[in-house]
Design a binder for this molecule. Structure first.
Ligand SMILES: Cc1ncc(C[n+]2csc(CCOP(=O)(O)OP(=O)(O)O)c2C)c(N)n1
Length: 320
């Protein structure tokens, strides 16, 4: 197994993302995270695929389920985890928490307001155009967000101006408890793209190889001046909408089936094994990633919490 083999790197990235969210779950259980936590478990293939085609100057604006997109954009894992654990060493000094990580050096941000990531990404795309830069803005949303007015307004402007924007829809078929099929007028989100003069693409977001290829093609088109792309990646959500969601709108059997049949890491592992990669080598890599993430969590735990006396800091921009 060559560690620089792109197939192995993809696999490792997925393992790192899952281990990251498992570390968040552990921290939540120990009372180290307050407020809501939305994990991306079972959606790792999309984040890992994004990481390959994003460049430093590109922008990513994500959602409440943002950890993997941040890691894909190159946001430092330590400062991200520290933000989630509300530490002074976090991206926003512990004031933003898991739904509001901001990292200007990598042009990464997120919002907990459904659909609101997209106009912000549009703003990045317009700025890149005005400055004559060949960067691409990626706005991420879930399928629920694809029904919002902001989604439509963003694509109207991006289509009319041929802006360098990729709208990435992570379609896990649920918006909290609402099934995609119960509320969507179309069978897919991607097929709506023509209405905005965008290219529509649909990919199986549990297949990391196919998703990496699709995301690369979307980025290439947007970067090359070909106008916006609406890329829909289908996937499944293994856990409740947030930690604490009783998740009674799905049967146990259905959840078991999703975990067993649509886990992107298990699917990719099976493909690598079939291609001749050794099981031992993959197990070693998984153990290594788990150990690295455990060390990361330990390090973040030792970081200080914000001083309550500073609660009113950073609320207003200072005059220059
Ligand atoms: C404007 C707005 N309306 C409602 C909510 C409450 N809310 C949070 S997440 C969510 C569902 C989002 O579903 P989807 O976009 O499919 O993303 P997923 O959670 O499946 O990743 C809702 C309704 C919100 N955060 N913002």
């Amino acid at each position: 197994m060559r560690p620089n083999d792109p197939r192995i790197l993809r696999h490792r990235r997925m393992l790192e993302m899952r281990a990251f969210d498992e570390a968040c779950l552990e921290a939540l259980r120990r009372g180290e995270i307050h407020g809501e936590l939305h994990t991306g478990i079972n959606q790792e293939a999309i984040g890992a695929a994004m990481a390959e085609s994003l460049r430093p100057g590109d922008a990513v604006v994500s959602t409440h389920r943002n950890h993997f997109h941040a890691l894909a954009k190159g946001v430092p894992a330590r400062a991200l985890l520290a933000e989630i654990l509300e530490r002074e060493t976090g991206l926003c000094r512990g004031r933003g928490g898991h739904m509001h990580p901001f990292h200007p050096p990598t042009n990464f941000s997120a919002t907990g307001i459904v659909g609101a990531s997209l106009p912000v990404a549009l703003g990045y795309a317009q700025a890149f155009r005005l400055r004559g830069e060949d960067h691409v803005a990626v706005g991420v949303t879930g399928d629920g967000g694809s029904h919002t007015g902001a989604f439509h307004e963003t694509l109207v402007i991006a289509g009319a101006r041929r802006l360098p924007l990729v709208v990435l829809v992570e379609n896990n078929a649920l918006a909290i408890s609402v099934g995609f099929g119960d509320v969507s007028p179309t069978a897919t989100v991607a097929e709506r793209a023509g209405a905005w003069g965008a290219r529509g693409m649909l990919v199986d977001g549990t297949d990391v190889d196919a998703t990496a290829e699709a995301f690369a093609a979307a980025m290439e088109q947007a970067r090359g001046g070909g106008g916006p792309v609406l890329l829909e990646a289908t996937c499944t959500r293994a856990r409740g909408h947030f930690e604490g969601d009783p998740d009674t709108y799905r049967t146990r059997e259905e959840k078991r089936r999703l975990r067993e049949e649509r886990d992107p890491i298990a699917l990719h592992r099976a493909r690598l094994l079939a291609e001749g990669v050794g099981a031992d080598a993959l197990d070693r890599m998984a153990a290594e990633v788990r150990a690295e993430t455990a060390r990361l969590l330990e390090a973040v735990r030792a970081d200080p919490l914000p001083d309550p006396a500073g609660a009113a800091l950073y609320l207003w921009a200072e005059e220059a």
